[in-house]
Design a protein around this ligand. Structure first.
Ligand SMILES: [Zn+2]
Ligand SMILES: [Zn+2]
Length: 67
């Protein structure tokens, strides 16, 4: 049992807890994606940390119609 949080396995916030498992990197910004956060994937299997990164990567931009 852990001496810090008195749990086994450790509470996620315990300083002795194992770092979250890295499941990949965002293909747009390179940020590590960990199993305890939401991530996004596309039909090609690319992983993204956020919808913004996904849209940037595939080149979607937000436009306003301007007459
Ligand atoms: Zn602990
Ligand atoms: Zn990203």
């Amino acid at each position: 049992m852990c001496e810090m949080c008195r749990r086994s396995p450790c509470h996620p916030r315990c300083p002795n807890a194992d770092p979250p498992k890295v499941i990949g990197q965002c293909v747009q910004c390179g940020q590590d994606l960990t199993a305890d956060y939401t991530y996004y994937s596309d039909a090609d299997g690319n992983l993204y940390c956020s919808k913004e990164c996904a849209l940037d990567y595939i080149g979607v931009t937000e436009e306003e119609y301007d007459e």
